[in-house]
Design a protein around this ligand. Structure first.
Ligand code: ADP
Length: 600
């Protein structure tokens, strides 16, 4: 049963690869087939058959000039195959490789942009994802090459067997050796190599993480100012040691299998067949001495053909395991598909309702518990609470980056899962505390790919920069809004400070004309005056829009219509600033503490 399942899986992987190649670069199938055919021609037809013809003609005392003519004629197709092989190796192959990398990368990028955010937190999925990314670009063309190799070499081997059988049928017994060597020992070895990859990927990923942090500018400060390098170093050491342990565990058996593979496939076959043919020629005299060379030629070239095809088959068993991972990743069905179609939200947005919403990232650890709230058009609502109380999570659920485990979120009375996802997300202009600046210009970092006319774009960018309190600063830069925000690719590029980055992230939100504005701690890195101005501008920008913002500085919360105080995933207090102060609860005590610190 298991063998049957494995067989079905392997066949399926072959189909998957052929479909993928057909989709990315059909020409490649023809190129690879021709390459194999040329090789077989050189090996079997030219190397063995042609030699046999020449020796036979020589034995018949053919005229020297005629022989020379035949040799020249035989050389002609060989020149053509050589030229094609040169073209394949130096032009067609590399060009197709690049096309392949591009095609595979596009598929992987598309998928990576679609998988659920939870996938990035699921280590098993992430392992599969990383293996797919690492293997996809090379493994798919390799499998295609091996499929062509298997098919063409096998056909050539059959022809060769027939020719050997005609000379000496017992010589065919030697063919059993590479069958045993390849399919049994090399097959087992392939399975163990895949096991090795699987067992070491966790450690490889840790080592890659360390490698990445050491080389990234983001971590350079901390590494220089702390002892974290030794911590990373010990992580690296222990992951390498763990990987070595796995290698050591699997090594003895792998060595034995490798020895058997080589011994049966090569040593027994070549030496055995040579001794056999020699014995037949010199002792029994059943084959002529001149035929010995031909026989040996056939044996060699045919064995190689057979080996190529068997090796390709075994390689494809190994490839299939990797292809399964790639297919698993490419066929992953996200719980929240980015192309979710559905209703188009109708403007204006009058209400946003959380009805008994609960959510956890990890089973058993609820982050939001039975949250109920309603936001109305034009409402300005502040979310406050201690770190980890669930504020950002609430916003992520509202943006449908995750779906609630229980309860429902309604916009204008409709479950948000019923809306077309793109149209739904376009209701929000959002700024996150951990938002990223991309390696592009100020303008692109604000517009984020949403362009209209150049005049309108310029107007939007400068208005957004003004609201974020950054316009004067950007005007003073040599390239103004065209300044590139990295030094990685542009010498004249600029690296923003924490506060400047935060202003730019706010400008990104201001540039969008959406009915709901969401700001998740937009001011934590700003100085008090910049912070005060930013909140004034957030309120001004929000105007009649629905606004939901998170802030730890409670002074900036006072002007909100409603304050929601979250504690351990529940809304513990709600009301206006004045009402909550009068209640004298946790919000009031937190506010008074902050105020006291400022006065002090
Ligand atoms: P707040 O914004 O109030 O500081 P968050 O909503 O960011 O809090 O986080 C609430 C809780 O959820 C925290 O305990 C945090 O550790 C956890 N959490 C946040 N993001 C994730 C995640 N991606 N995976 C697992 N746990 C998370």
């Amino acid at each position: 049963m298991q063998v049957k399942n494995t067989f079905v899986r392997i066949v399926h992987a072959h189909q998957f690869v052929l479909k993928l190649v057909w989709r990315i670069d059909k020409r490649r199938i023809l190129l690879d087939l021709l390459e194999r055919l040329c090789n077989v021609y050189e090996f079997l037809v030219y190397g063995a058959l042609f030699t046999q013809i020449l020796l036979t003609l020589a034995a018949k005392n053919m005229d020297y000039d005629q022989m020379l003519m035949i040799i020249w004629l035989g050389l002609l197709p060989r020149v053509v195959t050589r030229l094609y092989l040169l073209y394949y190796t130096n032009t067609a192959g590399p060009v197709s490789d690049v096309r392949f990398q591009e095609g595979m990368n596009k598929l992987l990028y598309e998928k990576a942009c679609q998988v659920d955010l939870t996938c990035f937190e699921d280590s098993e999925f992430y392992n599969q994802y990383m293996m797919a990314v690492r293997e996809a670009k090379t493994r798919v063309p390799k499998m295609l090459h091996d499929i062509c190799n298997m098919a063409v070499s096998f056909a050539a081997a059959l022809l060769g067997f027939y020719l050997i059988w005609r000379m000496d049928r017992y010589a065919l017994l030697f063919i059993i050796m590479p069958i045993l060597g390849n399919f049994v020992f090399n097959g087992m070895l392939s399975g163990r190599i895949f096991q090795l990859e699987q067992e070491t990927i966790v450690f490889t990923r840790i080592a890659e993480y360390v490698n990445r942090t050491i080389h990234l500018a983001d971590y350079a400060k901390e590494i220089r100012l702390s002892n974290v390098f030794s911590l990373l170093g010990s992580k690296y050491d222990s992951s390498v040691k763990s990987a070595q342990k796995v290698v050591k565990k699997l090594a003895p058996m792998n060595m034995l299998l490798f020895f058997c593979f080589q011994y049966f496939t090569f040593t027994l076959l070549f030496n055995g067949s040579f001794l056999y043919a020699g014995y037949q020629a010199l002792v029994t005299g059943t084959i002529a001495f001149a035929e010995l060379a031909v026989f040996q030629n056939f044996m060699c070239c045919n064995t190689w053909n057979f080996l190529f095809s068997a090796e390709a088959a075994v390689e494809n068993i190994k490839n299939s395991f990797f292809i399964e991972q790639i297919e698993g990743f490419l066929k992953y069905k996200p719980k929240i598909p980015e192309d979710t179609d559905g209703l188009l939200p109708q403007l204006p947005i009058r209400t946003v309702t959380f009805s008994h919403v609960s959510f956890c990232y990890q089973k058993g650890r609820a982050v939001l518990k039975d949250v109920c709230l309603e936001l109305k058009e034009g409402d300005h609502t502040a979310l406050v609470g201690f770190n980890g109380s669930g504020k950002s999570t609430l916003i992520k659920l509202l943006l449908r980056l995750y779906d609630p485990d229980e309860g429902v979120i309604l916009v204008n009375g409709t479950d948000i899962r019923k809306y077309n996802l793109r149209a739904y997300r376009s209701l929000f202009s959002a700024a996150f505390q951990d938002g990223r600046i991309f390696a592009d210009t100020v303008e692109e970092n604000i517009l984020m790919g949403i362009h209209r006319t150049p005049e309108q774009d310029a107007e939007t960018v400068w208005r957004a920069l003004a609201l974020a309190g950054m316009d004067e600063e950007v005007r003073s830069w040599e390239h103004q809004e065209q300044t590139v925000l990295t030094r990685e690719f542009a010498k004249e590029g600029l690296v923003l400070s924490g506060g400047q980055s935060q202003k730019l992230l706010a400008a990104r939100a201001f540039a969008r004309d959406c009915p709901i504005a969401v700001f998740d701690e937009p001011s934590s890195a700003l100085d008090p005056i910049a912070e005060y101005r930013l909140f004034q501008n957030i309120l001004q920008y929000s105007g009649k829009r629905m606004l939901l913002f998170i802030s730890h500085r409670l002074s900036s919360v006072q002007n909100a219509d409603t304050v929601l105080f979250l504690e351990n995933g529940r809304i513990a207090e709600r009301g206006s600033h004045r009402e909550l102060m009068q209640q004298g609860g946790k919000y009031a005590s937190l506010y008074l503490k902050q105020a006291k610190n400022y006065q002090a």
